[in-house]
Ligand binder design. Structure first.
Ligand SMILES: NC(=O)c1ccc[n+]([C@@H]2O[C@H](COP(=O)([O-])OP(=O)(O)OC[C@H]3O[C@@H](n4cnc5c(N)ncnc54)[C@H](OP(=O)(O)O)[C@@H]3O)[C@@H](O)[C@H]2O)c1
Length: 325
């Protein structure tokens, strides 16, 4: 495994996200044990960074992740979880709940899952959270789904911004990522496989399983033709280098100075994903991918759930997201 140094963290250049541990909405083709195996396999291959959230299965993902890592030395791992904005006023209670779910004394990166609506200033609560750093319950504060204009409003020091980042869709561009890096904020990339689509196993007839992936915009009409063209190019790279499509996609993110957090349902997927660091992808390949995707003008690319979610009143966010995700 390769590692990068971020402040005093030595973090693997890719990590695992554990939304799949909610055991909801991702299909029924895997078990809790499969999921636990997926985490163990990642650790075995040197991945030390794991991300979860209190809303994934309403704490279930945190609990399964806690179970999966229980046999390992806690200090060797970097654990991140996320606070839902609709719980921000009671963040202390929710932090304690996450600590309990994860069965850990501290969380390395405690992230605000998305910005609060305009009528609630997140700084008040993030500043309070600095006390949790002092008393050792968290090591760093992070944010997620923040655009640069949101970052500019911050009055606390944050270590990371977790954004959607993959070959097809990016919440921040190269230049914006560079700006964050200069501010000593590292970028974590979620959905690096576009929820499984970049594995190449899905098409108009073969759709992904589970309700969470019902609305993926690339498997429809004209978009699908363009998506196919991109996949053909990626398949050529996959054949040329002898690595899978998921491995090409993850290495692409790593080369963009983003720490991708892949979701896995079992040990086999984690093995494939973790070994992506070995892909000898070249900067010119990355440029060609970017040029091709740019020229395709895929539709619905500006569809961003976090933009919609942040504009909803908090009680509606709670009603719609707490039980669905
Ligand atoms: N901060 C946020 O707002 C936010 C939002 C979304 C996600 N996240 C985080 O990011 C993590 C990853 O994103 P994601 O879960 O949305 O999607 P992802 O990593 O893009 O895709 C994960 C899915 O791809 C398929 N897959 C994974 N490895 C594979 C392999 N080697 N070969 C073939 N198929 C493979 C699996 O589903 P199938 O086998 O069923 O296809 C898996 O469930 C989440 O777990 C979560 O921690 C954060």
């Amino acid at each position: 495994m390769e590692f990068k140094r971020v402040r005093d963290l030595k973090i693997s250049v890719l990590g695992q996200g554990t939304w799949q541990g909610s055991m909801k909405g991702w299909g029924k083709d895997y078990s809790e044990n499969d999921f636990i195996e997926s985490v163990k396999k990642s650790i075995e291959l040197g991945v030390n960074f794991f991300d979860t959230a209190e809303i994934y299965g309403n704490g279930y993902s945190e609990k399964l992740l806690g179970k999966a890592i229980s046999g390992y030395n806690r200090e060797d791992l970097i654990i991140a979880t996320k606070l839902a904005p609709f719980n921000i006023k009671n963040w202390e209670k929710h932090l304690d709940r996450s600590l309990k779910n994860l069965n850990t004394k501290y969380i390395d990166i405690y992230q605000l899952h998305w910005p609060t609506p305009f009528y609630l200033n997140f700084n008040k609560y993030l500043k309070e959270m600095e006390n949790a750093i002092k008393n050792g319950k968290i090591r760093y504060i992070g944010v997620s789904n923040f655009y640069l204009k949101d970052i500019e409003k911050l009055e606390v020091d944050i270590i990371s911004n977790q954004i959607k980042y993959n070959i097809l869709k990016k919440q921040l561009n190269d230049n914006e990522i560079e700006i964050l890096t200069r501010k000593n904020i590292f970028v974590i990339g979620y959905s690096p496989l576009e929820m499984g689509l970049l594995s190449g196993k899905y098409n108009i007839k073969e759709k992904p399983k589970g309700y969470l992936r019902k609305r993926i915009p690339y498997l429809k009409g004209e978009n699908f033709r363009k998506f196919n063209e991109i996949m053909t190019f990626l398949k050529d790279l996959s054949n040329k280098y002898g690595y899978s499509l998921t491995q090409i996609s993850l290495k692409y993110c790593i080369m963009k100075n983003v720490v991708p957090i892949y979701g896995s349902k079992n040990g086999k997927q984690s093995e494939d994903n973790a070994l992506s660091i070995n892909v000898p992808l070249k900067p010119e390949d990355v440029n060609k991918i970017d040029e091709l995707v740019y020229s395709m003008h895929l539709k619905n690319l500006d569809e961003d759930w976090s933009k919609l979610a942040r504009n909803l009143p908090l009680f509606i966010q709670k009603l719609t997201l707490k039980y669905f995700i």
